[in-house]
Every structure is written in C-alpha cells, then in structure tokens.
Design a protein around this ligand. Sequence first.
Ligand code: FAD
Length: 355
Amino acid sequence: MTRRADVVVIGSGQSGLAAGYHLRRLGVEHVILDAQVAPGGAWQHAWDSLHLFSPAAFSSLPGRFMPPQPGEVYPDAGHVVSYLADYEKRYELPVQRGVHVEAVHRDGEFLRVVTDTGGWQARAVISATGTWWRPFIPAVPGRADFTGTQLHTVNYRSPGEFTGRRVIVVGGGNSGAQIAADLAHSTELTWVTQREPRYLADDIDGRALFDHATARRRALDEGRTDTGGVASLGDIVAVPPVREARDAGLLKAQPMFTRLTPGGVEWADGNRAEADAIIWCTGFRPALSHLAPLGLRVTRGHIPTEGTRAVGEPRLHLLGYGDWTGPASATLIGVGRPARDAAREIAALLAAASA
Ligand code: FAD
C-alpha cells in the first residue's frame, strides 16, 4: 500500500522532532517515520553514566525548555529521553514507530519512500537519521587476530563487566575520554589517542561551544572570515568525571598503536600491551544508506548541501548530521535553526508547486 504525505521526515530523534515542530507551525502536512519502537533517538542507547555537556536550559529544542533534572547540573541521557518523549506528545507530532525506511527514490513529481511497512509518496523528504547507527572503527592491521572482546562506543554500558580486567580505550574525543574516565578506577586501563588529548578549558561546557558555533554562523552569514568549527577550541569537554580522573593522574594517554596482536596491541617501536578488551571510541558516520538510490554525490561521507538542502535533489533536506548540515546542528540546542530553515524552504517549495 502506498500512502501520501506532503513531507516525510525520516527519524524521530531530536532532529526529526525539531523538523516536525517547525513544519507544524507552518501548517505543512507531514509524517515522521522511525525504525525504533520507543521515543528518544540515540539517547535511549547511551552508556549508563553519560551526562550532557551542557545544563538543561542550554540543551533545549525550539519552543520548550528542557526542565532541569533534580540534583544534576548536567542532565543524564534518561532525562533527555523523557524530554523528547514529552516534546513529541506536547506538540502532537505525527510519529509512526517501528517503521524502517529502506530507500528513497525519485518518482516523477514525488519522492517515493520505501519502508518495511509499505511505501509513501512525498513532495519533500527530511532525512534526520543521525550517526549512532553507523559506528566507525578504523582499519587497523590485525583486528581479526585479537582474541579478546572488541566493542564500539555504541555497545558500551558500564564499568561493571570490566572490573579488574585489562582494557584499552581508543579515541581522544568526548566518548573516549568519558568512557576512559568511567573505567579508570576499576580496570587496568590503557587509553590510546591519535594525538595528545586536547581538553577544553575547565570552565567551558556546551554553552561555550554553542556560542562559538553561533558566532561562526553569524560570520559566515555576513560574509566575514570563517572563525573555524568548534574543533578549534579543543576536543574534550572537561565534564566533572573526566576532570576528576584526569586530575587524579588516571588519564594518561598513549599514542596510537600500529596493530593488534592475538593478546593485545603493539606500537611501532615493538612495545606491547596485553588486553582483555578493546573499546573503540572512534566515532560515527552519517546513516545515509537509505538515500543511495538517489545517486547523489557523496564526498567524504557527506552529501553536498546548501544549508540543509541537497544540492543534487532540491526536495531532500538533511538535518542534524554535523556542522555540514548547519553549525552545531548535531546538538540539542543547535538543531532548531536549521530545522526552521528546512521547514521554511519546504513550505515555499510546496507553495510554488501548487501556485
Ligand atoms: P538520533 O538521535 O540518532 O535519531 C535518529 C533517529 O532516526 C533514531 O530514532 C533512529 O531510530 C532513526 N532512524 C535511523 N535510520 C532510520 C531509518 N533508515 N528508518 C527509520 N528510522 C531511522 N549533543 C548535545 O547537544 N549535548 C550533549 O551533551 C551531547 N552528547 C553526546 C554524546 C555522545 C556520546 C554522542 C554520540 C552524541 C552527543 N551529542 C550531544 C550529539 C547529538 O545530540 C546526538 O548525537 C543526538 O542523538 C543526535 O540526534 P539526531 O536526532 O540527529 O539523531
């Protein structure tokens, strides 16, 4: 059976919900499809100790502040899930769950969205599928030889299962630092980073990152020199557990090893470390495989966009994947503006088509 909607939004994480909020405000008929059966996007799958790197009020979607979490300055992932579930309900966003989008095709004046529960014809599509679903692990020689456990950030839950074991955490970003800090007290930890860890100043949290991204956007909008992405500030937000572990001398980073051995890892100089488990905190790629049938150019995993609109398909918008879909768009507070712009462009497209 094929159903019809003016706009199909793929994904009901924070990005899809922000898109729904703005489409609703503009009176654009839409449906939001999501593969998962419960609300909250990737936040449902975070490790137990994960907290936001910004206070609640600085982690809000358009229209409604995230309420503070009692007893926590930086809310935990469960609080974010509750906020997103409430947001969806409050704005009566038309989310359909348990619907996996397999492909998007061109179909004359429509885009055809193929799902495991039937098809949709849409005049425009917003893809807001995030990155959590495409964990990235670098191709290091010997990966298949290691006889211990290997997992990625997405599979890590808590230090409990690693107590007393030899664990190597790979990655110098926020996930790597936070998971290393989580494990530092109860395991024999080796933390490996490609370059010396770059901490943001201790008084900088997600608020400052957002301010920086906003200043950059303003500079770009006004044709001034690019002030650079948030990466220019550093890689690691020194959230309290990271700061404590670092200050206790528990987060000493080793450079990247060159290969895995059956029992652990080996560096270029022949030094070795034995390990029971390796946790790859090596990032993500955008989850875009459903867009493959559109044959859009993909450059370094990104589809070229103007704002959020795909250059090669003006009826397709990409939202929330990273700075390439809007400065800070892969954050709770930052996705609102690109979502608004995408909704406005689509409303204009629909109006022009029906004129
Ligand atoms: P997601 O939350 O991944 O939602 C995408 C939705 O799309 C999912 O519900 C999924 O089921 C659905 N989907 C995917 N593919 C399909 C398909 N083919 N068919 C149907 N549905 C599909 N941001 C902050 O603002 N503050 C923070 O403190 C912060 N901390 C972070 C910590 C970590 C470890 C990570 C990884 C990210 C963090 N972020 C933070 C960044 C960002 O806010 C999150 O990554 C957020 O989950 C992105 O939301 P999203 O809606 O774009 O994607």
